[in-house]
Design a protein around this ligand. Structure first.
Ligand code: ZN
Length: 622
């Protein structure tokens, strides 16, 4: 395994601004001083508690307790190991990564499978793209489909690297074999059918996509991680999915359908105040939006939208306009989407055309361009207006039975919201749209809550709801934690403290104690590496989290010496007082079984009294 030089890691942390790393995933706003704030990428929240201090190079979430530096951020958000995270950062910010001599550099064999599968997809996208542009029968047919049938431009194809898989698909296997990807990567990339026991060869790599138009799917960072393949006239008769209009990549080490939104990598930079996301049904709809200048369009991957996708989206913006086909399938998709979106804390509106006309977003934008967007926005519906209309199309003519059924269906959606205020507003709104008294809708709602409560009570205890952080042991105030905070913010005090604090006073059963003990050992031997370079001293995630959160904390005191003395006093008392009480008890009770004679107990007691009364001084300050 190649080992990255520690000096190189240090250099990386000095040169790369944490805010630049985090901003790829989290929209940050100023939060006083140099600090920045945003919605936490590690837990579901509606008000930002994720804090970034670019000066110190640390982030901390006050909601879920996650903390760390640039490297841990990349590790956790991109599921990379330490070396991969460092390499990824180096690549992104143009900082060369150096390796310890003799440990070798990254070679094909050392790249992890995930990275290799990403590289493979990059190469495959290029391969398909070249096939799309080629002056042969396949290229011509695909370009014809793109420009004549779908009426997209050649520039759009270039921009999104639209590709083509020819009817045999055999070229891809050969191209990937030439690139020397590992057998494991070829087997698991999802672009081939491979029998598990077959040795990989050009013959055993049977392409999954043949005779199809290839749309590369990128993750939120813009890396190609899958493909959607559209059926064409070239799709061969023996394609196992011949009749499927669209075929997607299967799940692979880099692709989970439910965690991906098409075009999010581009749309996330276009959203902002007054520019919400526009959710459309399919990838080609999103491409249509893009082509007319509506850059905020995204599409779920596959037919159904998942909570994972909504959480991902909400990192960037909380407002979404849904623009689904007005056919039955589109309406059903919208109603399935609504409760999830409310639960995720998104503000949703539904784009529609005035009147009752059927809308196909693709066709509408194709014919009318961006002007159509303004028009459908004008007649857009709120979430509850949309739901009320779906459940009760004409409230004026409805029977009270129909009204009541509609109210039941609508409150079942409202209950998904976790905000009391939102619920109250939505109930009032529902009453208006259903032509009912608010108190009637409220009663339906209360009834539902009671039913849900009874069901919940009948179930075994469930874990705390998402977003509610459990009590975190590392935030508990112990003398060890205070002294640790001190060592990290006033490094000069580390050495004197190490000479004044006996090791056996420290409680090693918690990360704070274990760390304090380890840090003081370093100070004592003059080996303290400095608070910016603690990687080698941290052994567990709990320790890393603890240190990052302490580095992030602002010490609320002026006189570090006083705090050190108080910490020492508390530890001393905690270490010695129980023994003193034990002795007192033994001496007071003549029948007690005593482990040693009264004389030595008396001696020990006076020694303990002496120690406990001794003024606390830090060794070096004496
Ligand atoms: Zn958090």
């Amino acid at each position: 395994m190649p080992v990255i030089k520690p000096t190189c890691v240090r250099d990386l942390k000095l040169r790369v601004n944490l805010a630049d790393v985090v901003a790829r995933m989290v929209t940050l706003r100023k939060a006083g001083g140099a600090r920045l704030k945003g919605l936490c990428p590690f837990h579901n929240e509606k008000t930002p508690s994720f804090n970034v201090d670019p000066d110190k190079g640390y982030y901390h979430c006050f909601g879920c307790g996650k903390s760390g530096d640039i490297i841990s951020f990349v590790r956790e958000t991109e599921q990379l190991n330490f070396s991969e995270a460092v390499e990824a950062l180096g690549k992104r910010f143009g900082i060369p990564i150096e390796y310890e001599e003799g440990s070798g550099g990254p070679s094909t064999a050392d790249r992890t499978l995930r990275q290799e599968v990403f590289d493979l997809h990059d190469a495959a996208a290029e391969h398909y793209f070249q096939a799309f542009k080629a002056n042969d029968a396949t290229g011509e047919a695909m370009r014809h489909l793109w420009t004549e049938q779908r009426r997209f431009t050649a520039e759009l194809a270039d921009e999104f690297k639209i590709g083509a898989a020819d009817a045999t698909g055999s070229g891809l296997g050969a191209a990937m074999m030439r690139r020397k990807f590992s057998e494991e990567a070829l087997r698991r990339c999802g672009l081939f059918f491979v029998y598990d026991d077959a040795a990989i060869s050009l013959q055993s790599l049977r392409p999954r996509f043949r005779g199809r138009l290839m749309i590369p799917i990128r993750d939120h960072q813009g890396r190609v991680c899958a493909f959607t393949a559209r059926q064409t006239d070239l799709t061969p008769a023996d394609d196992p999915a011949k009749d499927a209009k669209y075929v997607n990549s299967p799940e692979t080490p880099i692709f989970t359908k439910g965690n991906l939104l098409f075009n999010l990598d581009r749309a996330r930079t276009a959203v902002g105040e007054g520019k919400p996301f526009v959710m459309v049904e399919g990838q080609l709809d999103a491409l249509r939006c893009w082509s007319v200048g509506l850059k905020t369009a995204i599409a779920p991957q596959g037919t159904s939208i998942t909570e994972g996708q909504l959480v991902l989206m909400r990192r960037y913006h909380t407002q979404v306009e849904c623009f689904f086909d007005s056919d039955a399938a589109g309406q059903k998709a919208a109603l399935r989407f609504l409760p999830m979106a409310l639960k995720a804390g998104l503000e949703i509106r539904f784009l529609t055309l005035a009147g009752d006309s059927k809308v196909d977003p693709d066709l509408l934008f194709l014919e009318r361009g961006l002007a159509a967007y303004e028009e459908v926005r004008k007649s857009s519906l709120s979430a509850i207006q949309f739901a009320s209309r779906a459940f009760l199309p004409s409230p004026q003519k409805a029977t009270s039975e129909q009204q009541s059924r509609a109210a039941q269906s609508v409150v079942e959606i409202i209950v998904s919201s976790e905000s009391e205020m939102t619920r109250a507003n939505l109930i009032a709104e529902a009453a208006r749209h259903l032509s009912l008294q608010p108190k009637i809708v409220q009663k339906e709602f209360d009834g539902l809550i009671a039913r849900l409560g009874r069901q919940a009570a009948a179930r075994p205890a469930s874990p705390p709801p998402e977003g509610v952080a459990p009590a975190l042991p590392h935030t508990a105030h112990t003398p060890e934690r205070d002294l640790l905070l001190l060592c990290l913010h006033f490094e000069d005090i580390g050495k004197p403290l190490s000479h004044s604090l006996p090791h056996d006073w420290i409680d090693l059963s918690h990360p704070a104690g274990a760390l304090l003990n380890r840090f003081l050992g370093e100070f004592e031997h003059g080996l303290w590496p400095g608070k910016g370079h603690l990687e080698n001293l941290l052994e567990t995630d709990a320790e890393r989290t603890m240190v990052a959160s302490l580095l992030f904390a602002t010490p609320g005191f002026k006189d570090p010496l006083k705090v050190a003395q108080e910490g020492l006093r508390q530890l001393r008392a905690r270490a010695l007082e129980p023994r003193l009480r034990q002795i007192e008890l033994a001496l007071a009770n003549p029948h007690a079984e005593i482990e040693s004679d009264p004389i030595s107990l008396l001696k020990e007691r006076s020694e303990l009294h002496r120690l406990l009364r001794q003024p606390i001084t830090l060794a070096a300050s004496v």
